[in-house]
Ligand binder design. Sequence first.
Ligand code: PLP
Length: 502
Amino acid sequence: MKSTQGDGHRHAPMEINHSEFRRLGKQLVDEIADHLERLRSGKVTAGKTPKEIRELLGNRQLPETGTDSGYLLANTTRMLMDYSLFNGHPRFFGYITSSPSPLGTLGDFLASAINQNVGSFSLAPVGTEIEAQTIRWIAEMIGYPSDCGGILVSGGNMANFVAFLSARRAKSAHDIRTQGARNDVRIYASTETHTWVQKAADMFGTGTDAIHWIPADNEQRMDTTLLEQAILSDKQRGLHPAIVIGTAGTVSTGAIDPLPEIASIARKHSLWFHVDGAYGAPAAILPEASEDLKGLQFADSVAVDPHKWLYAPLEVGCTLVRKKENLLDTFRFHVPYYRFGGTEDDQPINYYEYGPQNSRGFRALKVWLTIQQVGKQGYIGMIRDDIRLAEIMHEELRHYPELEPYKQSLSITTFRFVPQDLSGSNQQHEEYLNTLNTEILYRLQNSGEAYLSNAMYNGKFLLRACIVNFRTSVNDVKDLLRIIIRIGKDTDTALRQEGKPR
Ligand SMILES: *Cc1c(COP(=O)(O)O)cnc(C)c1O
């Protein structure tokens, strides 16, 4: 063996000796700590184009031989610090991506070092039980029965997919496992539902035509009168109503469907009731949470996204299913070559039987550590502050005649920039206002001064701030509005000079 030298030990090119590992690790932690210290005074993003970033990496061939680890780590750290978008920045208000828990970051490092395979108890004894406890705690936080079944997955989409598959397996009129999808399930979802539902219907073979879209009201909440009418008319047509999906916090405006009413309609017609709480479910931890939100406790399954409002570093989503048998029934196959023991009265949990993955990482650790670091009261405080800041932003808009407020729900606030001579409802201006606000958003995102995303509301392009960021303060909110006023005025002037129609 070439890699075995005279001492009889193996010297693999990948191995790093202990003192070198220690040195590199400490250096990396120091640089990350420096980065966190500098975060607030730096930009949210360097705002580079795909081409610029591609050129940074260069068009090099697969390396033939190795490179020094220290050199690689130093260079890569610098590149990531210089060119990334930092969702941990206090003025990052985009999408629904949170500042990551610093303890969670360390937890991820630890998890990867121990490298547990949380597919089975025998491969990850502590990891398995930590995941089970994490799932119970997440359920408890959102007011869902903590004896439910559950599994951690990569994110909100996956969490919804796992629930969807369980729902369909439970409610299908035939044995879907052996006979496959036969277009016999009808799925009810409001028009504001996240696009995961189309992906699910497509990937899992029900087809998107199986989705019966229920209109949303002016507050973007599912109209439950229309829901019940839809179920009844489908039944009359001989179709098989099977699954209804409610959303606890829509992506665009944070709207919460009337979950208790949907629950009672689902019960009456024997439908599976799934709640997509990827964004909003954690807000159910607040004592002042609305009854609509607390209604997620009636669901047969809930999707939660710890990498959103529980501030876990990416990736981690979570599916909760009221009866754990539904998960097992969907994902467990008894095969002779897997022998994972335990005794009659001390059965191990083997997570490969609860979801689609076989080998699984230890994504529970970062969540488990953070939950203990801050406790229930810590989460109540942070989530409440995020909501309060979004409300303050909405209130502050009135100081700026050019900023037209729209919705405020959970920690999302939407508004748009309207030049003063174009205010008042005039359909003619709408096209220009959409162009203007699109351009404002583009310029803001590239400036790196702050980061927003957008929402569409009744054909209007709105600027949208979502605060799932424990670093954001009142000053950041006020700064954001001032920045938008400045960029808004500049952009308006520039567009008018270009002769864009108003
Ligand atoms: C974010 C989100 C999703 C998708 O979650 P990912 O973690 O991005 O996969 C689904 N539904 C809602 C309501 C969301 O907010």
